[in-house]
Design a protein around this ligand. Structure first.
Ligand SMILES: Nc1nc2c(c(=O)[nH]1)N[C@H]1C(S)=C(S)[C@@H](COP(=O)(O)O)O[C@H]1N2
Ligand SMILES: [Mo]
Length: 517
């Protein structure tokens, strides 16, 4: 059997009377067309195309069918109309593949003619789609790979006993089906990635009103040795449950405001961009950040105040929880009242002057000053749902994290780095401290357990932004312990009590050890 499978030059000698032979050939034709379609997706993606052969055929069908038919389809299938269309196109192609498979048993030239003819027709229909700039390559690849697969399968399956051909059928057919699925899935992913990045790269953020703009971080705020006061986008920590970041095409995206509101509504990306925008520095922290950890960052966010959107929707009395849901169904939930208590709470579209990076929630996310990300900062936002505090627990709550997640006052030593070995002499100790929305009023250091000494604070960008601090230090030979603590804008000093991140955020003083030689 193995010899037969691997024999490349076995002639196609089908037995026209064999029942299995005919059905197997039909299946081979289906598999081959499946591979052809998968390859067309993959080639479109790899060639940087936006619209695949199947998608462009869909456009053609929509443009071609009588208006009454498309009206009927929309009424019947609702939001599934596009899916039904795509499934139908693929279905028709696979059926044609089955017929071609049967016909090709006797003369392979039939298959060549059919693939070229159908490929040509598909090309002519699809090329009218303005997005289909890579259709020629995709169609050619589809025809070539489809024919190769069909030839291979027919050769493998022909001239065998029924038993042998069934095994060959399973093995070779399975391989082609696996390839078809793999290329289609990879292709879809590459195309979506391109669609997202092409639009993101081309986009220009709408200007922010003069009065709502923030100053660029002044150089005086760069305390020596602390991390940059504004975290560059590609250095900003990333935490989410997504295996790969959802790729959202803003042309197909909308934001829904639903639940306990008098005027629920849905807006497109462009409509969101037309709403009044503000710019704010807000420090974001993950509840999982351990003392001294780096799951915290500061950015200049541009977005629409949540308050404005909630006023448009007219939140009902008793809507005590705001739930933010993402396109991949991650949820956060926080008290509705924080939107109205004067803090910065945004539907953000920009991060440090750029459209949101894909990994940080493009095209839109929530940013709420003073709340850990797991209760507030929905990336790839799709729905804002108003409900009661009791009615819903967001993603991390049943997984053992606190329902309320205010950010705790924290401070971190960035320089020297923990366990560093330093030369004796003048040194600078520097870092950041944060207590959004309360601000930082004092940072103190204790070296080798001595009395607390006040560090110098850099300018404050905002009460919701972290603040850099520094302290000159004469480093003497030996081992040293350096400990930091911050006091927030209300005068409250962070606790020394050690607590782990779970359930509601770590506490304790960041303490480092250094050796001076
Ligand atoms: N869609 C989605 N949004 C999300 C999350 C997620 O898993 N999925 N994680 C949250 C958590 S736990 C944090 S700390 C912040 C992190 O935001 P960043 O990755 O932009 O730093 O995103 C929040 N938003
Ligand atoms: Mo988080």
């Amino acid at each position: 059997m193995d010899q037969i499978v691997e024999e490349p030059s076995a002639p196609i000698e089908p037995n026209p009377d064999a029942w299995l032979g005919r059905w197997a050939a039909a299946a081979f034709g289906v598999f081959a067309v499946g591979l052809a379609l998968g390859v067309s997706e993959l080639v479109t993606g790899l060639a940087g195309g936006d619209q695949s052969l199947i998608g462009a055929l869909g456009t053609w069908v929509i443009d071609t069918v009588p208006a009454a038919v498309s009206k009927w389809a929309i009424e019947t299938f609702g939001t599934y109309d596009k899916l039904v269309l795509i499934v139908s196109i693929v279905g028709v192609a696979l059926v044609i593949g089955g017929l071609v498979g049967v016909a090709a048993r006797n003369r392979f030239a039939t298959a060549v003619g059919a693939f070229v003819a159908f490929g040509g027709l598909a090309y002519l229909a699809a090329v009218r789609d303005p997005l289909s700039d890579r259709i020629a390559a995709a169609t050619a690849a589809a025809v070539v790979f489809g024919l190769f697969a069909l030839g291979y399968l027919l050769r493998t399956g022909s001239g065998m006993t029924e038993d042998a051909s069934r095994r060959a059928f399973l093995r070779a057919g399975g391989a082609v089906v696996a390839l078809a699925i793999a290329s289609a899935v990879t292709g879809r992913w590459v195309i979506a990635r391109m669609a997202t990045s092409v639009r993101r790269d081309a986009m220009v953020l709408p200007p922010v009103d003069e009065s709502e703009r923030v100053e660029p971080a002044p150089p005086t705020a760069q305390a020596m040795g602390a991390v940059p006061v504004v975290t560059p986008n590609d250095e900003f920590y990333r935490i989410d449950t997504a295996v790969t970041s959802p790729l959202v095409n803003p042309d197909n995206w909308s934001l829904t405001i639903s639940g306990m509101v008098d005027r629920p509504f849905e807006i497109t990306y462009n409509q969101l961009l037309d709403l009044p925008m503000v710019e704010r520095y807000v420090t974001l922290s993950c509840v999982s950040n351990r003392v001294g950890g780096d799951l915290v960052g500061n950015a200049r966010w541009q977005g629409v105040p949540l308050r404005h959107v909630l006023e448009l929707a007219q939140v009902r009395d008793g809507a005590t929880q705001l739930v933010g849901r993402s396109v991949d169904n991650f949820t956060v939930g926080f008290p509705t009242e924080v939107v109205f208590d004067g803090r910065d709470a945004l539907i953000a579209v920009g991060m440090n002057g750029e459209p949101l990076p894909v990994r940080h929630g493009y095209p839109a996310r929530l940013v709420v000053a003073g709340l850990y990300g797991y209760v507030s900062a929905t990336k790839w936002l799709e729905e804002i749902h108003l409900t009661t505090w009791e009615a819903f627990d967001a993603y991390w709550i049943p997984r053992g994290w606190a329902k309320e997640g205010p950010i705790k006052t924290q401070s971190r030593i960035d320089r020297p780095s923990p366990n560093a070995t330093l030369a004796a002499g003048p040194e600078v100790i520097a870092g950041v401290a944060w207590a959004p929305t309360r601000g930082i009023s004092r940072v103190e250091l204790s070296i080798d357990e001595a009395d607390w000494v006040e560090a110098e604070l850099a300018d404050s960008l905002a009460d919701s932004s972290w603040r850099q601090w520094s302290l000159p230090w004469e480093a003497t030979p030996g081992r040293h312990t350096i400990q930091v603590r911050a006091t927030d804008g209300t005068g409250e000093t962070q606790t020394a009590d050690l607590a782990p991140p779970r359930p509601d955020g770590a506490t304790g003083h960041h303490t480092i050890f250094v050796t001076v030689e």
